[in-house]
Every structure is written in C-alpha cells, then in structure tokens.
Design a protein around this ligand. Structure first.
Ligand code: NAP
Length: 291
C-alpha cells in the first residue's frame, strides 16, 4: 500500500507553524511580515492565484497589500512602482503575478525586484545563489516539493532522482536542489522533449518528479516498483460535469501508477497547495530579515 503525500494537510500544518512564529514576533514587539502583490489585468487564473495568496497571508497572520493595475499600464509605470516597493521599509517582500501583458518584458520586471524582497525567488541573484548553495529565496514550487519529501521522511541521499521537464520555474531549480549535498543529495537526471530513452530513464528512478504539463504522461510501465512519484503537472482539461467546466489533471496516470509506488502525490492536493505555502515561508524569512 502506498503513502499518499498530502500536500493540503502539510501546507495547513506549515501555515499554522508560521502563524505561531508570527504571533511570537508580535508579542516581542516586532511587526507582522508584510507581503505585497502586484496584479496587472484580469486574467482568471492570475486573479485566483493572487486571491489565494491574500487568503494565505491572513491565515499566517501577515499583513498583505494588493496593488492592481489595468493591462494598459506601461512598463515604465510598473518599474516605477517596483522601485517604490524596493525602497518601502514597511514591505518585507513582494511579487509581481505572471504572466504580464505582452508589451511588458517579464525578465526586465523580474530583474527590477530587489533580490532581498524577491520572495518568489525568480531574480537571477537568488537563482544563482541557490545554484551554489548560498542563502537565498528558493522558488516556491521546488521548495514545496523538497519540503514534502523531507516531511514524509523520504530518503533522497544517494538515491536516483529523475526530473521530467527543464523549465526555469520547476525543472531546473528542482534539479539543482535535488543534486546539492545540503538538500536532496541525490544523483539527478533531467529529461525533456528531446530526451532519448525517456521511459528507461524514468524506470531507474527512486524519486520521479514530473513537471511537463502533459496529462497522464507517466504510465505504470515507466515507474520502478517502490518509487516515490511527485506529480507537478496541473493542466486544465475540459469537464462538463464540473461547475467550472474543467478539472485539473496531473502528468501522472495516478490510478495505474499509485499501486507501484512507495509514495505518491495526488492532483489536486499534492504539490499545488505547497506552492503558496512556501511563498508564505519566504515572506516570514523576509520579515525576520533573513533569506
Ligand atoms: P513548461 O515551462 O511548459 O515546461 C515543460 C517542460 O516539459 C519543458 O522542459 C519541455 O521540454 C518538457 N516536455 C514537454 N513535453 C514533453 C514530453 N512529451 N516529453 C518530455 N518532456 C516534455 O512547464 P512548467 O511551467 O515547468 O510547468 C509544468 C507543469 O507543472 C504544468 O502542468 C504546470 O501547470 C505545472 N505547474 C504546477 C505548479 C504547482 O504549483 N503545482 C507550479 C508550476 C507549474 P522542452 O524544454 O524540450 O520543451
């Protein structure tokens, strides 16, 4: 019987721990950590993500500020606001919700955020510091996966870890973390759309992390008996039986893969809830003046 890695319960537990820490800070005369979020336009997904981040701030006892702009804001105006937030001592960390409208360069915006306030961990300074094992803000999704592995006592040191996907926000930072001695300490293979023998690579994995955005891609014949499988994929697939008209589908064919696993994350309720929770953890660190 496999262990179901419950990201929802773990995230709730961590948010309660953060809240306890915040109340201690307040009792000792410090102010609450303060997260600001900039939301440009009215993209449905972004609205939901930012709304959930504001709710998570409340659950953790943080102060939060939502700054909204219409999608005709110029890049210069947005950069001006980022500069203000960089210099605002009342704000510990802030995020600019992506994606941005096409006329705004996301990389320019990401690099304009002061690395010490970049609680999303996307600034090249944080990415680079993470890659060489220095204190930094680690981006939320890979940090959430690492935290799930740790909290479920899944051994990673010396194990073979295969990561599907090489994006900047999941695959690459995940590979860095799993490889490093102070984090995963694993032997890591990264597969992508040009990888030869992908199935054979996956079959070698003690820990298989799928982050490609292809519903049901990982099938039972790709998984070693007793492996741990982490499903990062969250693709919206049409589902007329749902009020929303869609459901979230993972990259793993759960029904057939789960019986072969020692442990596995579900979708939804696995990696997803950990992502916002790790943003909260980074904000707590920012509020405590450390990265
Ligand atoms: P992405 O930027 O689209 O990258 C996808 C990666 O998968 C690329 O490296 C691509 O290879 C690889 N890939 C695509 N099809 C493949 C195939 N058939 N075989 C092997 N590799 C393949 O995606 P992402 O932003 O990393 O997101 C991946 C998934 O995770 C999405 O479903 C996304 O919604 C989800 N996600 C979830 C969370 C969460 O909090 N739960 C957070 C972030 C992302 P190439 O590089 O060769 O193109």
């Amino acid at each position: 019987m496999y262990t179901l890695i419950d990201g929802k319960a773990t995230a709730a537990q961590i948010k309660a721990e953060i809240r306890e820490e915040v109340e201690k800070m307040v009792a000792s005369g410090q102010r609450r950590p303060h997260l600001a979020a900039i939301l440009v336009g009215h993209d449905g997904g972004s609205e939901t993500y930012v709304h959930n981040k504001v709710l998570a701030c409340e659950a953790c006892g943080f102060t939060s500020t939502l700054i909204r702009y219409e999608d005709n804001i110029t890049e210069a105006e947005l950069l001006q606001k980022i500069d203000e937030l960089n210099h605002d001592d009342d704000i510990d960390g802030f995020i600019v919700q992506l994606p941005l409208p096409k006329h705004i360069n996301e990389q320019t915006v990401t690099e304009a955020i002061h690395p010490g306030k970049d609680v999303d961990g996307f600034h090249p300074t944080n990415v680079g510091r993470m890659a060489i094992g220095l204190p930094c803000f680690i981006s939320a999704t890979p940090l959430g996966i690492l935290t799930l592995l740790q909290r479920y006592g899944i051994a990673t040191s010396g194990k073979k870890c295969v990561i599907l996907g090489r994006s900047n926000i999941v695959g690459k930072p995940m590979a860095q973390l799993m490889m490093q001695k102070q984090y995963g300490d694993s032997t890591v293979t990264v597969c992508h759309s040009r990888s030869a023998n992908l199935k054979e690579e996956c079959r070698q994995a003690d820990i298989l992390i799928a982050a490609i955005g292809r519903p049901g891609f990982v099938t039972a014949d790709m998984v070693k008996e007793g492996a741990t499988v982490i499903d990062v994929g969250t693709t919206r697939v049409p589902d007329a039986s749902r009020k929303s008209g869609f459901r979230l589908s993972g990259d793993v064919c759960f029904q057939e893969v789960a019986p072969k696993c020692a442990a596995i994350t579900p979708v939804p309720g696995g990696v997803g809830p950990m992502t916002i929770c790790m943003l909260m953890l980074n904000t707590l660190k920012a509020g405590q003046g450390c990265e």
